[in-house]
Ligand binder design. Structure first.
Ligand code: FMN
Length: 189
């Protein structure tokens, strides 16, 4: 069993291009999504859902990102188009976390959106605890109308993130973290 504090202290995102097979199998994915959905959720509204990209369908989604990039940037050189068309192709598995926050008489939409962010991070941490690595990214296409339509994102929904999952050869070196003195204050002092 991984020690939670040790994992959280050392956690790093691993960029998709460094994520190789194996990714989570069906049973592992189901366990990961079950854990990811155990986030604080005010009012039990379940204001998020998952779209899993794997296998040939993931390859088609990746190609579509390249096509839409070309349409938006007709002057872009081919190598740039090829780069964009690989964004969803690298990791063995990609999970889109979709925020479906809606008007509610008591629960602000902001709280529902925060809950979707918590889902992304819970998924990332659970995957790391299971021995995988990953990244939580949006990239430009999480906000592109053609992509949203093609991925079945409905009116009022937004992509909270694409969580790219796979196996990495170690983790990147640590990076500088904020100095607590700059971000902590004590009320009343
Ligand atoms: C909502 C959200 C979207 C993000 N989208 C991107 C992105 O599109 N591209 C990127 O390079 N990093 C993005 N990041 C940052 C990475 O997830 C990650 O935090 C960063 O690479 C630092 O690595 P670390 O998690 O190891 O500290 C995003 C983070 C969040 C919270």
């Amino acid at each position: 069993m991984t020690d939670t504090l040790a994992l959280l202290k050392l956690r790093r995102s691993v960029p998709p291009q460094f994520l190789a097979e194996p990714g989570p199998d069906e049973r592992q994915l189901s366990e990961l999504l079950t854990i990811a959905a155990r986030v604080p959720d005010h009012g039990k509204l379940v204001p998020w859902r998952f779209i899993v990209f794997s296998g040939q369908a993931k390859a088609r989604a990746a190609a579509l990102v390249g096509e839409v990039f070309r349409k938006r940037n007709p002057q872009a050189p081919e190598d740039k188009v090829a780069f964009e068309s690989k964004r969803l192709a690298h990791a063995p598995l990609v999970v889109a976390v979709v925020s479906r926050a809606r008007q509610h008489e008591k629960i602000p939409q902001w709280e529902q959106e925060l809950s979707a962010g918590a889902v992304c991070f819970n998924l990332l941490i659970a995957a790391e605890a299971m021995g995988f690595s990953g990244s939580w990214l949006t990239n430009w296409f999480a906000f592109d109308s053609d992509i949203l339509a093609a991925f079945g994102i409905e009116e009022g929904e937004r992509i909270a993130g694409f969580v790219h999952l796979g196996t990495a050869d170690g983790r990147p070196a640590d990076r500088e973290r904020p100095d607590l003195a700059t971000i902590v204050s004590h009320y009343g002092k």
